[in-house]
Design a protein. Structure first.
Length: 464
C-alpha cells in the first residue's frame, strides 16, 4: 500500500528519538532531502556494529555493498517518483567486515508544503533466512545431481499419483523433458499410458502404497522411439511426523538383460528336454537295428556311435544362440581320425547353418561314411581321397529350393557292394530319408563309393 507522511523537517530528529522507534526490533534511519543520514535508532547501530556518530551525516547509499548499489539507487529514484513505500533487498557491511542481507523498506517524507523532505528506511535483517534458502537450494541441487547420476530411474509422487519430480535417467531414456511429465498422473505419463494392463496395475499399486505398503514388481515400459524395456519397479511410501503417507518414491532398474537371460534359459531347458528325447530315441533305434553277432564288436561299435552322438551334442552346445554350421559338424566327425586324413578329405560348399535335429541325423550319417571309408574305402589305404560337396539349388516350377550333399571317394581299393544290409545302410538310407524328407542314393562304383542326398532346404537350414 502506498502512503505519504507529512513531517516537519525540524521534527524528524524528534521522531527518531521517540521511545517506540528507539526500542523497535528493526533498524531505522531518516535522511535529509540530500540523502544524508540524519537520525538512526539504537537497533540499527547494533545491527551494523557502528555508533550513531559514525552513521549520521553519511550518504545512505554508502552503507550498501557495490553489487546491490544499483538496486538501492533505483528504489530511491522510484521513491522520489511515487512518494510511497518501496522495498528492496540489499547487503550491508558491518564494522567487523561481516555482510548482512537486509530487506530495506523506504518511505518518502514530505514537509508541510508537500515537497520531498528525505526518507525513512526500515531495515530487517534477513541474513539467516537468505542463508537457509541458499543452503536449501544448494542441498536440492546436490540431491538432483546425485539422483541424475544414479543408475536407477527415480520419481516422486503425491499420494494422488501426480508426478512432481523425475531424474534424468527416467527422462532421457524415454526422450522426455521435465515439462512432458511433471504435474501429470503417473499412469498418464509416456512410459505407461499406451499399455492398459500396466496403467491398471500402476493405479492399484499407488492405492496400496498410499496405505503404507511397499509395492514391487516387474513391468514393461515404453522408452524413446517406442522401444520397450523391462524394469524392476518399486513404490515406497514416505511418512510424515504424524505417521501419515505424505509422498511416494518410485524407483526402477532396467532388467531387460535379465529378462532376455531368463528367456534364453527357459528356451534352453525346453531345447535340452527336446534334444534328450531325440537322443534317447536315436540310441534306442541303434540298439534295435545293430543286431549284434559278437559281443565285443557290438560294444565297440555301439561305443563309437555314442561318441559320434556326443560330438554332435557338444557342437550344438558350443553354438550357443545360433545353429551350427554344416562344415563344423562334418569337421567334428572327422576330428577323431586326426592328422592321418589331413589333406585327403576336401570340403566344398557355402556357409550353411543347420537345424539341431538335422545336425544329429547328419552327424550320424557322416560318422557311418567316414568309419566305412577308414575300414574298407578310400581311407583304408594311403592314397585314397574323399570329396564332400554340398550345394543349394534354386527353386523350380515343381519343387522348392533344394539342398544336395555328395560324398565321393576315389583312389582307394576297388569297391564291391556289401553282401548284406547293415546298420550303416539303415542310417544312410532309411533314417536320413525319414528325418529330412530326403532322397538318398548309394552307388558302389568300383572306383569309389558315391553317396548323395537331396532334401528341401527348409528341412536342413537353421538360423544364424
Amino acid at each position: 500500500m502506498l502512503s505519504t507522511q507529512t513531517i516537519d523537517p525540524g521534527s524528524a530528529h524528534n521522531l527518531m528519538n521517540a521511545h517506540l522507534l528507539d526500542h523497535a526490533p528493526l533498524g531505522v534511519f531518516v535522511t535529509d532531502p540530500l540523502g544524508r543520514i540524519a537520525s538512526v535508532n539504537a537497533h540499527l547501530c547494533t545491527l551494523l556494529g557502528r555508533p550513531d556518530a559514525e552513521l549520521i551525516g553519511r550518504m545512505a547509499s554508502d552503507m550498501v555493498l557495490d553489487h546491490d548499489l544499483d538496486a538501492f539507487l533505483a528504489a530511491q529514484t522510484g521513491l522520489d517518483a511515487t512518494a510511497g513505500n518501496v522495498s528492496v533487498e540489499v547487503s550491508l557491511s558491518r564494522n567487523d567486515g561481516q555482510v548482512i542481507v537486509t530487506n530495506c523498506t523506504l518511505t518518502g517524507l514530505r514537509d508541510r508544503s508537500g515537497k520531498p523532505n528525505g526518507m525513512m528506511a526500515v531495515i530487517l535483517d534477513i541474513s539467516e533466512r537468505v542463508s537457509l534458502e541458499r543452503r536449501l537450494r544448494d542441498s536440492e541441487a546436490r540431491l538432483r545431481q546425485v539422483l541424475d547420476n544414479t543408475v536407477a530411474m527415480i520419481g516422486i509422487l503425491q499420494t494422488d499419483g501426480t508426478l512432481i519430480e523425475a531424474n534424468m535417467p527416467a527422462l532421457s531414456g524415454a526422450g522426455l523433458s521435465r515439462g512432458d511429465v511433471i504435474g501429470k498422473k503417473f499412469w498418464d505419463c509416456y512410459w505407461w499410458r499406451d499399455n492398459p494392463a500396466e496403467v491398471a496395475r500402476m493405479q492399484d499399486a499407488i492405492a496400496d502404497a498410499t496405505k503404507g505398503h511397499i509395492q514391487r514388481y516387474d513391468a514393461e515400459v515404453r522408452m524413446e522411439g517406442d522401444s520397450t524395456i523391462w524394469i524392476d519397479f518399486m513404490l515406497s511410501p514416505v511418512f510424515d511426523d504424524d505417521g501419515d503417507v505424505s509422498q511416494l518414491i518410485a524407483s526402477a532398474f532396467d532388467i531387460s538383460d535379465r529378462k532376455r537371460t531368463e528367456k534364453r534359459v527357459t528356451y534352453a531347458m525346453r531345447e535340452v528336454n527336446h534334444r534328450s528325447k531325440n537322443l534317447l530315441a536315436v540310441v534306442q533305434s541303434m540298439l534295435r537295428q545293430m543286431r549284434p553277432t559278437n559281443l565285443d564288436d557290438f560294444v565297440h561299435g555301439f561305443g563309437q556311435r555314442l561318441r559320434a552322438l556326443s560330438d554332435c551334442q557338444e557342437l550344438l552346445l558350443k553354438a550357443d544362440d545360433e545353429d551350427p554350421l554344416l562344415e563344423d559338424l562334418i569337421q567334428s566327425q572327422l576330428a577323431p581320425f586326426g592328422s592321418s586324413i589331413c589333406g585327403r578329405v576336401r570340403l566344398h560348399g557355402p556357409d550353411l547353418h543347420i537345424r539341431p535335429e538335422t545336425a544329429q541325423s547328419m552327424g550320424m550319417a557322416v560318422y557311418e561314411l567316414i568309419t566305412n571309408a577308414s575300414k574298407y574305402g578310400a581311407l583304408s589305404g594311403d592314397s585314397g581321397e574323399i570329396d564332400i560337396t554340398w550345394t543349394l539349388e534354386p527353386p523350380s516350377q515343381d519343387q522348392d529350393e533344394t539342398f544336395t550333399l555328395s560324398w565321393r571317394e576315389q583312389k582307394g581299393p576297388k569297391v564291391t557292394p556289401p553282401e548284406k544290409r547293415g546298420f550303416g545302410s539303415m542310417v544312410l538310407e532309411d533314417m536320413m530319408a525319414m528325418a529330412l524328407t530326403a532322397q538318398t542314393r548309394t552307388d558302389y562304383a568300383p572306383e569309389g563309393l558315391h553317396w548323395s542326398l537331396r532334401a528341401p532346404r527348409s528341412a536342413i537350414e537353421g538360423t544364424d
